[in-house]
Design a protein around this ligand. Structure first.
Ligand code: ADP
Length: 530
């Protein structure tokens, strides 16, 4: 479904009004360079996701002023914090003509409490900013960052992004939000509602229903402050790598890993990836193969031989704590994986030099992401398809069982082959689920490859969705499709979301279509166009 695009007359008068209220320097109207608000990996449907401009407020009061203008002119806004939601649409809006509400100027780190282990941040605070702050002040706290550290702490947590420390479930670390509703009302959740409370970032519950979740992956409000728990820095980190020889070892490796995660022997998100994924970080594909089809098995074998890679799957994870704990955990992990013939496991210890624990900045090399240091490692894989490489992400939630992971792996592998796309397979094991991670890489200038990438993603979403395996996050072009799949009891969840949407945002101005949730007017329009 496409939402109604606002008319150009309405758009022009909204921008004039915004400039009058916020000043010209806060407004990028039609005609400005809007490339920062395009989906950098545009594929199918890109022409439908073009903003008319952007507005960059500096304060909560200015956010309220923007809302007043949007309500008055009936122009939709699309909220982003830093707009680095790459693979899912970047800063581009779901509806053509929307104004991007770009929160990057609200970028204060309002508080970091070392004793109680939390931060209170505004939307524009990037992972690199928070890391710089912790480092500059020599605070004994670790943060957690996703594989690309340039986005915002707040936006990533709202989208349920993940990192690789024990605090790697970013949404689970949220404690207390400040939200501006579409009406302009400012709400603080949890203990933040109690004047004088000093526990806003300490107790998630507050009094009454827990509302934080309403603002995750949602279009019900604009989050202007977020409390986040940070990890007391441990005495040590052991950076571990396990390697498995055969393709079929995935099944046993996942079973062992899932049990270690459930029992919290392995305390952080652990990522297992296939050999193609590994090679993608090292060389462009053209070094090995330049056929139009997916890399054949013989080429993968040759790559393995030539590079001296003796494994099919590699698993990376961290162990955390005092040295005695690291050693004990490592022994248990080693014993568990020894049930898989040929499995090899190594651990590299990083220990604190003093009584304060291990500062994240003391961790070097590829282990840094296990210490929450923001980096750009994931970018190297984007060279795989040359300098003009785009990606779409397929990331469904899979039950943490070896058989299930193997079944999904084989199905995705077959479909990727049919579309001539290389399968960079990976699974991230959290405590209770796996996230399948497959960046679908393609050359953007090649129309056929680009359309195959989108068609592959569409096929995978549909085929696995029919089997009850659903995405946790979606590119703009697939938000409706996935929303349609969560259909229990005649779409009771969507109906509930729509009830909330209509009550909280009666003019339907906040991120219409986000996650397949549309305001009443767009729903009526859709019914009319059927
Ligand atoms: P990143 O942190 O990676 O730069 P974005 O800023 O692109 O992420 O945000 C990702 C998504 O999260 C956005 O598309 C939007 O749906 C949601 N989001 C981001 N910031 C806010 C916010 N302040 N309030 C409400 N939703 C937000």
């Amino acid at each position: 479904m496409s939402g109604a695009s606002p008319s150009s007359v309405r758009i022009r008068s909204a921008y004039e009004h915004l400039a009058a209220v916020l000043g010209d320097d806060a407004v990028l109207g039609p005609g400005s360079d809007l490339s920062a608000y395009e989906d950098p990996y545009a594929s199918a449907g890109a022409a439908d996701f073009r903003c008319s401009g952007a507005v960059l407020p500096r304060s909560v009061e200015e956010v309220q002023a923007v809302l007043a203008v949007a309500n008055q002119h009936g122009i939709p806004l699309w909220t982003v914090s830093t707009g680095r939601n790459l693979g899912y649409g970047g800063a581009a809006p779901r509806v053509n003509g929307a104004i991007v509400l770009d929160m990057q100027r609200m970028n204060r780190i309002l508080e970091v409490d070392e004793e109680h282990g939390y931060a209170l941040v505004e939307p524009g605070v990037r992972f690199v900013d928070l890391y710089g702050y912790l480092r500059e002040h020599r605070l004994k706290l670790w943060m957690s960052a996703p594989s690309l550290g340039w986005g915002s702490v707040l936006g990533n947590a709202l989208e349920r992004g993940i990192g690789y420390t024990p605090y790697g479930d970013h949404a689970a670390q949220i404690c207390g939000l400040e939200v501006v509703l579409a009406t302009g009302d400012v709400v603080r959740t949890g203990m933040g509602a109690l004047p004088g409370a000093n526990t806003w970032q300490m107790y998630k519950g507050g009094y009454g229903p827990s509302l934080d979740g309403l603002f995750l992956q949602s279009n019900f409000g604009i989050v202007t402050k977020m409390g986040l728990w940070l990890m007391p820095q441990p005495a040590g980190l052991m950076s571990c790598v396990a390697r498995f020889q055969r393709e079929s070892d995935l099944e046993a490796a996942i079973d062992v890993l899932a049990s270690l995660r459930r029992r919290e022997i392995i305390q952080s998100n652990a990522q297992i990836g296939n050999v193609v994924r590994e090679v993608a970080h090292r060389h462009p594909r053209s070094r090995w193969y330049d056929g139009p089809d997916a890399m054949p098995d013989e080429v993968i074998e040759k790559m393995r031989r030539d590079l001296g890679i003796g494994w099919w799957w590699m698993l990376r994870f961290g162990l955390y704590g005092d040295e005695e704990l690291l050693d004990a955990r490592f022994r248990i992990v080693q014993r568990a994986f020894s049930s898989i013939p040929g499995a090899e496991i190594t651990g590299d210890k990083h220990l604190a030099s003093g009584p304060d624990g291990l500062h994240a900045c003391e961790v070097e090399g590829p282990s840094r992401r296990l210490a929450g240091v923001p980096g750009f490692f994931a970018l190297s894989a984007l060279k795989f398809r040359g300098d003009d490489c785009g990606h779409l992400d397929f990331s469904p939630i899979v039950a943490p069982s070896g058989r299930e992971a193997m079944r999904v792996y084989e199905l995705v592998k077959a479909r990727a082959r049919e579309h001539g796309i290389d399968y960079l397979a990976g699974f991230t094991a959290s405590e209770r689920h796996l996230t399948h991670v497959f960046p679908i890489l393609y050359e953007k200038h090649d129309a056929e490859q680009t359309s195959h990438a989108a068609a592959l993603l569409d096929t995978l979403i549909r085929e696995l969705g029919e089997q009850g395996i659903g995405e946790y996050r979606a590119h703009l072009a697939f938000m409706d499709l996935i929303g349609d799949q969560y259909s229990f009891n005649k779409h009771a969840l969507r109906r509930l979301n729509e009830t909330l949407k209509d009550a909280l945002d009666p003019n339907g101005i906040l991120s219409p279509g986000k996650q397949g949730i549309w305001p009443a007017a767009s729903r009526r329009q859709r019914a009319g166009t059927r």
